[in-house]
Design a protein around this ligand. Structure first.
Ligand SMILES: Cc1cc2nc3c(=O)[nH]c(=O)nc-3n(C[C@H](O)[C@H](O)[C@H](O)COP(=O)(O)OP(=O)(O)OC[C@H]3O[C@@H](n4cnc5c(N)ncnc54)[C@H](O)[C@@H]3O)c2cc1C
Length: 614
């Protein structure tokens, strides 16, 4: 029988590897990081930092051209049905600049800011999401981003012009045994006696991989001895698929996104020149995680675009569809869905724009905001597509070509629903995002008093931690009971109450974090239910602040109304989370352990079942 609890040694290895690869904090504080410390840093979100008009205008001609090409050469339903983006359509998108948006102008790229890049990929996603995945697999996480961040001058000169000329790239981290846990990686690069490396192994679900010219591959390199103990090393390599030893073993097919190319890549004793090691030996996982920290900003932008597509459909349908004497949108049950979709789309856009702007400003540590935006937008989008299917009724379940064939509007709701499901899995699953955010949120506390909870820490270290705690916490704790006064100037009267409420909750949240640290100490990291709710609350509070500030910056009645409704929903969710007892998590874990041990197999009676196992 397989184990039902984590192996402590393997868990420690995974933790150590993740810890040693965390991105170093940057100088400027971030709104979300401050929030976990009990401070609602309003000055960081209000007035809403809107995109610089000159930067916005600079992208307009490219966006117009992209839209023209999309309309003229891409039929998104056909792409989905035939699971193919025609080569000539890809070439037309390349000619319009879609695959060199983020490359520097000096290398033949368009030098787009993160915000403009997000706008271009979102525009594409709103028409053909699969094509947006091609662009994002190449530019958000593929070779250009890590190359720009970590490449030597020679590496940049060798590869950036090729990428600008149309070569496609990919990012290969995942393996059959290494999904969320890179410590289980098996692909190896061994030093060759004549110099360079020999790469052997397999990468799974590498987006663009089967068509790529160059791939960033993360692989194990020889262990390093740290404090007398062997520590696994992961390094990153720029690998060309034309080199001997490369093959695509399998092209995968998925629930949605027909037209993407993602597959199993195999490397069989492939020789890699020494100069293709990217950054330093042993820093490959850190490189991958830093790349993902920025790369995952694309998903909030494309998710928001998909939410807008849903909004456009339900607005028209709920108005035109009449049942029981009037438009379905006038029935309260449907109206509640409509309000939810509109208000949450508003919050998604605020979150996505804000985080892209943070990346453009460069000096802020935006890791938490990026992870929050990814978590929030992907989870919300799935609920939006679900509600959209519901509002469309039977038509929501019907394929667009079938709708078209019987003379109805071919809104692709079932495709949007299938596509939305991927976003909570890739580039960090929702569960991993919550753990990542919680880890970063607790970091200032761990720096100060973490030694108290660490089983191996010395008496001296514990004493020092106690001193730091005694100097900081009493005053800090008192300050968290000061509710603060009003809301900043410029916040509309309708939203001022939400702002003040959020500020009180932020302080309350930070107190609850310290109580939990005191109560569970080192065991806190295993309280994933509690941590997840704590993170979700912080995400809702951040989304509230951004929605309020965005509505204040726009100032129109519609924005204020949408922000108000979003805040009401978020407040109701937060209250509900406060009422979820941790005893429920423990009971659920108990039942899960029994389930894994086969206690409830009676429940599976009466179905036609496959044989058990792999
Ligand atoms: C269409 C598609 C495209 C992809 N593109 C790429 C790509 O270009 N490059 C690339 O490298 N990868 C890619 N991936 C891989 C993707 O990033 C992984 O699927 C993802 O990282 C999760 O890994 P996994 O699927 O193996 O899930 P697992 O890690 O096996 O996780 C399974 C479940 O367990 C949960 N879980 C795991 N560990 C924990 C934990 N410690 N605590 C709580 N919950 C946990 C997860 O959240 C998830 O719900 C792609 C995947 C797909 C489907």
């Amino acid at each position: 029988m397989a184990r039902v609890r984590p192996d402590p040694d393997a868990a420690a290895d995974a933790r150590e590897m993740a810890e040693s690869s965390r991105e170093d904090a940057r100088a400027a504080p971030s709104f979300a990081a401050e929030l976990f410390l009990g401070r609602m840093a309003g000055e960081l979100v209000h007035p809403f930092p809107e995109q610089d008009p000159a930067d916005r205008a600079a992208a307009e001609p490219v966006l117009e051209e992209l839209e023209r090409v999309l309309r003229e050469v891409i039929d998104p339903d056909r792409v989905d049905r035939e699971n193919l983006i025609p080569p000539e359509a890809l070439e037309a998108m390349k000619a319009a600049g879609a695959f060199r948006l983020k490359l520097p102008t000096s290398a033949g790229g368009l030098g787009f800011s993160q915000t403009n890049y997000g706008r271009a990929v979102a525009l594409t996603a709103s028409w053909c999401n699969a094509l947006a995945i091609w662009m994002s697999g190449h530019q958000s996480i593929g070779v250009p981003t890590p190359l720009k961040l970590f490449g030597t001058e020679e590496q940049k000169q060798a590869y950036l012009p090729r990428l600008a000329a149309g070569e496609i790239s990919a990012f290969a981290l995942t393996e059959p045994e290494a999904g969320s846990d890179p410590a289980r990686m098996e692909t190896r690069a061994e030093p060759h006696p004549d110099g360079g490396w020999v790469l052997t192994g397999e990468k799974l679900w590498c987006t663009n991989g089967p068509e790529a010219d160059v791939v960033i591959v993360m692989a194990l390199t020889p262990d390093k001895i740290v404090n007398g103990k062997a520590r696994k090393q992961i390094s990153a390599f720029i690998v060309e698929t034309a080199w001997e030893g490369f093959s695509t073993k399998h092209v995968c097919e998925f629930m949605g996104y027909g037209g993407i190319r993602s597959g199993v890549l195999a490397f069989d004793h492939m020789r890699i020149p020494a100069e293709n090691l990217l950054w330093n030996e042993g820093q490959g996982l850190k490189l991958a995680l830093i790349t993902l920290n920025t790369g995952r900003l694309t998903l909030p932008a494309t998710n928001t675009a998909a939410a807008k597509a849903c909004l456009r459909i339900v607005r028209q349908w709920a108005h035109m569809r009449e049942q029981w004497g009037g438009p379905i949108g006038a029935q309260e049950a449907v109206a509640i869905h409509l309000g939810w979709i509109a208000s949450h789309t508003f919050a998604m856009e605020a979150f996505s724009d804000y985080t892209a702007g943070l990346a453009d400003r460069g000096n802020t540590d935006f890791r938490i905001e990026a992870a929050m935006a990814k978590l929030f937008c992907s989870e919300v989008l799935f609920k939006i597509t679900d509600r959209t299917v519901q509002i469309r009724g039977g038509r929501g379940y019907e394929k667009p070509e079938s709708l078209r064939a019987r003379g109805e509007k071919p809104w692709p709701v079932e495709r949007l629903f299938r596509e939305a499901r991927l976003n909570t899995i890739v580039e960090g699953t929702s569960e991993i995002m919550r753990l990542f955010i919680a880890r970063e949120a607790l970091d200032p506390h761990l720096q100060r008093v973490g030694a108290l909870a660490e089983p191996g820490s010395s008496f001296g270290a514990k004493l020092k931690a106690m001193g730091r705690g005694a100097a900081h916490y009493p005053l800090w704790y008192l300050s968290t009971w000061w509710p603060g006064i009003g809301a900043p100037a410029g916040i509309p009267p309708e939203l001022r109450g939400h702002w003040a409420w959020s500020r009180r909750q932020v302080k309350r949240l930070s107190r609850r974090i310290t109580y939990a640290m005191g109560r569970w100490r080192a065991r806190l990291e295993r309280r994933q239910g509690w941590l997840g709710r704590m993170v979700d609350e912080a995400v809702d509070l951040t989304a509230m602040s951004l929605s309020i500030s965005r509505a204040a910056s726009r100032g129109d009645r519609g924005s204020i109304e949408l922000a108000d409704l979003f805040c009401r929903h978020a407040r109701s969710r937060i209250r509900e989370r406060h009422h979820t007892p941790t005893a429920l998590d423990r009971k659920a874990s108990e039942v899960a352990a029994h389930l894994l041990l086969g206690h409830y197999t009676d429940l599976e009676r009466g179905i036609v079942a496959e044989p058990e196992g792999d």
